[in-house]
Design a protein around this ligand. Sequence first.
Ligand code: FES
Ligand SMILES: [Fe+2]
Length: 427
Amino acid sequence: MLSPEMNRMLTRVENGAPMGNLIGRFWIPALLSEEIAEPDCPPVRVGLLGHRLVAFRDSEGRVGLLDARCPHRSVDLFFGRNEQGGLRCVYHGWKFGVDGACVDMPSEPSTSPMKAKVRARAYPVHESGGIVWAYLGPGQAPAAPDIEFMSLPESHVYASKRLMRCNFMQALEGSLDTSHLTFLHQMNLMSKDVFGVGDFQRFSDADGAPRFFCADTPYGMSISARRDGDDDTYYWRVTQWLMPVGVLVPTAPGSVCRANFFVPIDDRNCWWYRIRYQPERPLEQEEIEEYDTGDLDYSRRVPGTYESIGNKENDYLIDRGKQRAESFTGIPSAQLQDIAVQESQGEIADRSIEHLGTSDTAIAQTRRRLINAAQALEEGRMPPEALAASQYRIRAIAITLNRTRTFDEAAALAQLPPVQGTREKMK
Ligand code: FES
Ligand SMILES: [Fe+2]
């Protein structure tokens, strides 16, 4: 439970709100690379932390992320022409490069010094893992985080996203909340393991009340959830919270890894970025189709958008017959099940009326860390996690271990060896 005041602190990101300022100090996904696939392709709108931005790819393939308001008289640069070497406003023809510099000002005399002085506000970007990452904070951007999928070959990574019509925090909480898997995502009559996480279905069905062990880390938190396994074993799921809005979701060793980022568009909407990656080999077409682009009910989205066909208006395609006979919810996919329950908490969940139990341990700790960090930043103290670029040598794992093994040992199995040398992070 949180007081209304603390809930505001936790959830509001617009107009200089402390949590928006905090998230702005980290690199966050701004859009998918595929949204601006080609040089000089049409620009796209980007909503981020309440800011109205426009993204484009110039003739050289470089990405620009600009304030959408033209610095002349605030016309939306989304309507702009993406021409040779810059984005040209359609109102009076001012043209801007990816760095925000005005490269042409045809409505002013050629002798005017104005062109050299006027700039569009441009944000630093970094492209990796199929995602354009942005830094919206003040000053010099820190090094981008070295999350495993960010340096894998393109063929090993697939990123997509879905719109969620709710505050980012309830989406993030859902991804940290291992205990709901037993209930919300139970599809016990399905013929295959849709999660690809081995023992998950068997043990989570048998033990719906996992014990949580949370450890603060330089990048956020390592969350180990323990369920009873067979006789002398425990089934561990080690989730990684990447402060502020990222989560590595446990899968069995050797299977496809999963990462989620819940990026606030504004106070009442967020993007759920969903990344799958296989460190050992290219992803197979079948894996990508099942995940995002195939014909299965649960993969579909409204054409031309990143919105699920199942939504609030159609009750997320709930089928009451299937709910009786096949799955716990009758909602056709795990993704849609998550969206349904999290949007149903309200646009901004009222945390003053909730009752947290032991299964909510990780959620309570995450909230506390975020609120403390936002308050510290207001007092001028930088979040150290925003500078922890080299500390992401981790995975999330789901694994069965003998009962003599401790949670420290389970968490240690989720560590990757350090990389040799450094790599260029920013463009
Ligand atoms: S408003 Fe953009 S050029 Fe005038
Ligand atoms: Fe879920």
